[in-house]
Design a protein. Structure first.
Length: 366
């Protein structure tokens, strides 16, 4: 990729293709103290108020910069590197390749928490692993004073729900969710009944004295790709049909209609929703409904298969951060009479981790 200048026109050349860059596109990127605020990096002008017939009066390409004078009297100096970045559609997160995994995954992604951890290069490595595998585990995270709130807000902002800013996961009488029992939890995604669904879940182990209660994870990306390969008709109907997910307690009724497998605008994997205790399939033609039930049963078999599930025990101070759009999580049964199993949980969204990732890459010039 390169930038060329010819007859007061700017061209972008890539793989033999040469296209002119519109003068208006360059004009609205005018920088300098008169056009961009130093502190916020926000424009000091409204580009919708510019005249439509913006033209280039003169330009010069030298020393990795493009110097341009426009017909409205504005002069600016643009870095070629920044222009090429925009044309290459560089996205710090999307450029991190997802690594599919199954039950053969042995080396879990662990990072030891330290003072000022959120501003260290180690945090950048942790976020990179998170986007590759869909989860990461932080060790030795302080367990006092609801530290999970501090941890989450040091990355971004907590997503508050009807469960509160954070929630305690332990067995209790009259629970409004099976998570607050000692029963086993099959692989599921959290809060599919919300719109939008919380992107990221954190679970912080405050105490764990029981022999059971192992945490389980399944890579929904791996499973859906397997389903797509083996049963394309099942995969297709699970991406097309929206089902109703519902949560009800004494104070709120939450509902969301969405597919179990959601694709992005390019037809690629974006999100899985799976919580059979909370979903309601819409009425359809008999043949279509039979196909849907077969598809849901098959993907449930995959999610619950030993071939795709990993199990591990969260120890005191461990904090699991997982992608709720990609991973399913669960828990094996435990005996509450053995002792306490106490976790605290909360949610954050992608803008938190993406913002932190971009900040740290800028900080360390990566």
């Amino acid at each position: 990729m390169k930038i060329e200048c010819e007859d007061n026109k700017v061209f972008f050349e890539n793989k033999g293709s040469k296209k002119e860059i519109h003068p208006f596109w360059l004009r609205e990127r005018a920088n300098g103290d008169a056009y961009v605020d130093k502190s916020t990096r926000q424009r000091l002008f409204d580009p919708t108020g510019l005249q439509n017939n913006i033209k280039i009066n003169s330009l010069n390409l030298s020393n990795n910069y493009l110097e341009i004078s426009f017909n409205d009297g504005v002069y600016t100096k643009l870095a070629i590197e920044n222009i090429l970045k925009e044309f290459s559609n560089i996205n710090d997160v999307k450029n991190i390749n997802k690594i599919k995994w199954d039950s053969s995954l042995k080396n879990l992604n662990n990072f030891e928490f330290k003072d000022n951890f959120f501003e260290k290069e180690e945090m950048l490595k942790a976020l990179n692993d998170f986007y590759q595998y869909g989860f990461v585990i932080f060790k030795k995270v302080p367990t006092k004073d609801n530290f999970i709130v501090n941890f989450a807000n040091s990355i971004g902002s907590i997503r508050r729900t009807n469960f509160g800013e954070f929630f305690n996961v332990k067995s209790k009488p009259n629970p409004n969710d099976l998570a607050y029992t000692s029963l086993p939890l099959a692989p599921h995604t959290d809060n599919p009944y919300r719109n939008p669904v919380p992107c990221i879940q954190m679970l912080h182990c405050i105490e764990n004295q029981v022999s059971g209660g192992l945490s389980t994870l399944v890579d929904g990306f791996t499973v859906t790709e397997k389903l797509k390969k083996d049963f394309s008709d099942y995969y297709k109907i699970l991406t097309k049909i929206k089902v109703r997910f519902q949560f009800i307690d004494q104070h709120v009724v939450l509902e969301n209609w969405a597919p179990m497998i959601q694709l992005d605008e390019f037809g690629e994997f974006k999100q899985v929703r799976f919580s059979p205790r909370l979903d309601f399939v819409p009425l359809m033609e008999k043949e279509k409904l039979e196909l849907y039930y077969c598809a849901r049963k098959k993907i449930s078999e995959y999610y619950n298969s030993d071939n795709y599930r990993i199990e591990f025990k969260l120890e005191k101070g461990d904090l699991l951060m997982m992608d709720n759009y990609r991973l399913l999580h669960g828990r094996t049964i435990y005996d509450a009479n053995e002792g306490n199993r106490f976790l605290q949980g909360c949610y954050i969204d992608y803008d938190s981790t993406e913002g932190k990732l971009k900040h740290l890459k800028r900080k360390f010039n990566l």
